[in-house]
Design a binder for this molecule. Structure first.
Ligand SMILES: [Zn+2]
Length: 448
């Protein structure tokens, strides 16, 4: 009798435990990873290049030439994608006047966005961006032929293709596909869009900015079609002096939300996209250079830059010419469309995994000073697809999370005999289907 009771108890408790642990893979993400079409990306890059120039100060009236025609084509393309998914995209233009060093007279900068609303949590916003505009050697030259094939028709075409792929699915959170304008003149489109987002109260959880995703032959002679870089800030740009002071005592120099978003993209990308190695770069952007993720970082939102590893500077921001047999100019013959499709797939699986996951844990705190054990606490989320939480830790010198354990549907957990001084810690929310939020490092240094 006793044996029967013990046996029954054992079966019951082990069943309930297994039922609680969500699956570690989502097979839909393999389908999404293989759905990006290099042919469609090529068609879109050709189309964008054929506008002659997409310089921010170029013609806005012509139907076939200049920045106006280019943005109207992008808008129409989003509308076509929306029609194919039963009107699942809201297409909008976000415009404002801008002036600055590279815009001497007030000029209207117009970005094109398409929003795929989330089913259960529509105010959680996940952005994928590329740029509409292009330039040649002189940043003020608005008339010369400026194909901007890799910089950044490749990123813009990737955004359109990701919208085609992901609009076949339904998600918990919202995905925003963005063609940002005015990048080369001073990141104006991003600034205008983030101001709009802030005014509308968008809860931006992630920005994946794509800027040059099609070059595989570097100026250093390296040819590489299987790796990509993810740039992310280590300390939040928007950190206050008091938050910095706190960070000196509790850590967080390499654990901003943007950095943990980069770790998330690396993990998901290498799991689901074939033959792709991701290099996290521990800096905001390339040395001394800029991109459209920065306006989002400046206002405190998690945002990263995704791009090729090997750049070719003769093919960026150059007048098209030949000097003693050496080609200059960002022409279409140097874009590798299979590679652009691979990086588009990286974006698509990352966005889908984020949009199926619950919101990242809020109000994460940690304690354990002069104690044997470390305790993490957080606010229990209300997402309808929330299954529970996974606690993470790693040595302070490790670039990626190395240890984790499932802790269930609780709002705190103590890691016994793991001393707080020797590790960095975080916590992620996990959905019933196994999709996880990025890991959140405790305190303001890591908050999403
Ligand atoms: Zn550029």
């Amino acid at each position: 009798m006793i044996r029967i009771i013990v046996f029954t108890f054992f079966v019951f408790s082990s069943l309930s435990l297994t039922a609680q642990v969500p699956p570690s893979e989502d097979l839909r993400l393999y389908d999404i990873a293989s759905a990006s079409s290099s042919q469609r990306i090529e068609q879109d890059v050709v189309r964008l290049v054929n506008f002659g120039t997409r310089h921010s100060l170029s013609d806005t009236q012509s139907e076939s030439h200049g920045i106006g025609a280019a943005r109207r084509w992008i808008e129409a393309e989003f509308e076509t994608i929306s029609k194919d998914c039963g009107g699942c995209l809201e297409v909008l233009l976000i415009a404002d006047m801008a002036t600055g060093k590279r815009i001497p007279e007030p000029h209207e900068i117009v970005s094109v966005l398409a929003i795929q609303r989330g089913q259960s949590d529509p105010n959680r916003m996940l952005l994928m961006s590329g740029d509409i505009d292009s330039r040649v050697s002189d940043p003020m030259n608005s008339t010369s032929t400026s194909p901007g094939a890799n910089d950044n028709a490749s990123g813009m075409a990737g955004v359109l293709e990701a919208a085609r792929v992901l609009s076949r699915y339904k998600f918990a959170a919202s995905i925003v596909y963005a063609g940002l304008a005015g990048e080369e003149q001073g990141l104006y489109g991003g600034k205008i869009v983030v101001a709009h987002a802030q005014k509308e109260g968008w809860n931006i959880e992630a920005v994946l900015n794509n800027d040059m995703i099609g070059n595989i032959a570097g100026i250093n002679g390296v040819i590489d079609n299987h790796s990509a870089r993810i740039f992310s800030e280590g300390v939040r740009w928007a950190e206050t002096a008091e938050e910095a002071r706190q960070r000196y005592f509790t850590g967080g120099e390499v654990d901003s939300a943007s950095r943990n978003l980069a770790r998330f993209i690396k993990r998901v990308g290498e799991q689901y996209v074939s033959n792709l190695d991701l290099m996290m770069v521990y800096r905001l952007d390339r040395f001394g250079r800029g991109g459209h993720h920065r306006p989002f970082n400046e206002l405190g939102y998690p945002a990263v830059r995704i791009m090729e590893v090997n750049e070719h500077y003769d093919r960026q921001h150059q007048d098209i010419r030949n000097e003693q047999g050496q080609h200059f100019g960002d022409t279409i013959d140097y874009v590798d469309f299979d590679f652009a499709a691979k990086l588009t797939a990286l974006n698509a699986v990352s966005l889908a995994a984020l949009a199926w996951a619950p919101a990242p844990p809020a109000n994460v705190t940690i304690e354990g000073m002069v104690q044997a054990s470390t305790t993490l606490k957080w606010h229990m989320g209300e997402d309808e697809n929330l299954s529970g939480y996974r606690v993470y830790w790693r040595l302070t010198t490790e670039p990626e999370w190395t240890h984790s354990r499932w802790v269930g549907r609780v709002d705190h957990f103590t890691l016994k005999n793991i001393v707080i001084d020797n590790y960095l810690f975080g916590v992620a929310s996990v959905a019933m289907d196994g999709n996880e939020s990025p890991v959140v490092f405790p305190g303001p240094a890591g908050a999403f």
